[in-house]
Design a protein around this ligand. Structure first.
Ligand code: SAH
Length: 368
């Protein structure tokens, strides 16, 4: 490694810092150079609100300052490796990270909403049986600059994509990367950064209890979605190994204790979890938690031996839940023509020998 590479690696990345922290680092840095404090605010504005890829493009700053900033700080950029657009307007982006990892982001338009489905980890450790990610295994946690950075990167497109909603339903388990996800939530929400309302930001989790607790302690109204997928411990254990560590009853208690309404996600697996008795059990749990249920058709690609539940069976399952007073939505599949399940782009690009990544499709309904 050359000396310059070591120096460049050691530069702190302003994109990993929450706005207050970034401002105080920048104010101190400008003060040392006898520059006014408003310069710090100018730089912050160019990180997230009107983002630029490099200090060199911060045209409101004198050139010498741009060079000096570049010598002191990193600005991580996600390299757009490839993208696809569906007939229905859904767009998938594959980003290459500095160390060669690939992650995916999906942009789903729906009326006047634009939802970004973002990744929080490269790979995933949880090995849910129906999720293609299991085969890939866990690669590494993403940093805030790489999670919020997905939104930043799409804002830098021409024309820019500006999301109204964010869901953590891409690759990875966000509550197993709370150290980075917590500052990311601040970056997504803070008006000095990405300025997305907390109620428009949804964390999806298998039920990592300490993470749910940490999320509950945040004062903002971020939304929580829990991947339930089975209404009994026995079935859930067979589909989601994490149920051994965090059993269903404890997850349900955490959902009850959460001070905002939660959404239950439930992937419909033909003949496995879609029978009338499952609807009865799920309806009971959802009522106890006053949860909103989101039924997710299994994505056809890479379904690991599972078959999708037929549409009329999904409809009657939904009816059975509604008859029990549970608010229920059936998620619409989107972007099927572009292999919009997360992981498929990566697989096409990187090759079949690499493990595949999680699936994601469609319309996302969360409790209002
Ligand atoms: N780890 C988090 C977030 C990532 S997955 C979680 O599990 O909640 C986001 C959602 O996509 C989860 O509900 C997951 O179960 C679902 N999913 C995974 N594989 C799927 C598939 N093949 N078809 C449809 N949804 C799937």
């Amino acid at each position: 490694m050359t000396t310059s590479a070591i120096v460049s690696d050691s530069r702190p990345d302003l994109l990993d810092l929450e706005p207050d922290a970034a401002l105080s680092v920048l104010r101190a840095w400008f003060a040392e150079r006898g520059e006014p404090a408003y310069r710090a605010t100018q730089v912050l504005g160019r990180l997230w609100q009107k983002p630029v890829a490099a200090f060199a493009e911060m045209s409101e700053l004198p050139m010498a300052l741009r060079d000096a900033l570049d010598a002191s700080f990193r600005l991580t950029n996600l390299e757009l490796a490839t993208q696809q657009t569906s007939k229905d307007g859904t767009r998938k982006f594959l980003f290459r990270l500095e160390d060669g990892q690939f992650i995916e982001t999906v942009a789903i338009p729906d009326g006047d909403r634009l939802t970004f489905c973002i990744s929080s980890q490269a790979g995933c450790a949880l090995q849910c049986a129906f999720c293609a990610t299991g085969a890939m295994g866990f690669q590494r946690n993403l940093r805030p600059s790489e999670i919020a950075g997905q939104v930043r990167a799409l804002r830098m497109l021409e024309p820019p994509l500006i999301p109204t909603n964010i869901v953590f339903m891409g690759m990875g388990e966000p509550l197993m990367n709370w150290k980075a996800v917590s500052p990311t939530l601040t970056l997504l929400n803070d008006p000095r950064a990405l300025g997305i309302g907390a109620r428009h930001i949804t964390i999806s989790t298998v039920g990592v209890l300490p993470g749910i607790q940490a999320l509950a302690e945040r004062p903002e109204q971020f939304r929580l979605a829990i991947s339930i997928h089975a209404p009994s411990d026995e079935l859930r254990r067979s589909l989601m190994p994490v149920n051994i560590k965090y059993p269903l009853a404890d997850v349900i208690d955490a959902a009850k204790a959460f001070d905002r309404r939660v959404t239950f996600e439930y992937v419909m697996l033909g003949g496995v979890n879609d029978q009338p008795e499952h609807a009865a059990q799920l309806g009971q749990l959802a009522r106890e938690c006053r949860a909103f249920v989101n039924l997710i058709p299994l994505h056809p690609g890479g379904s690991m031996g599972f078959v999708p539940t037929a549409q009329p069976v999904i409809a009657s399952f939904a009816r059975a839940l509604r008859d029990r007073g549970v608010e229920t939505a059936v998620r619409r599949s989107r972007g099927l023509d572009i292999a919009a399940a997360c992981g498929q782009l990566r697989t096409e690009r990187v090759g079949r020998r690499l493990p595949v990544t999680p699936q994601h499709d469609g319309e996302v309904h969360v409790a209002q």
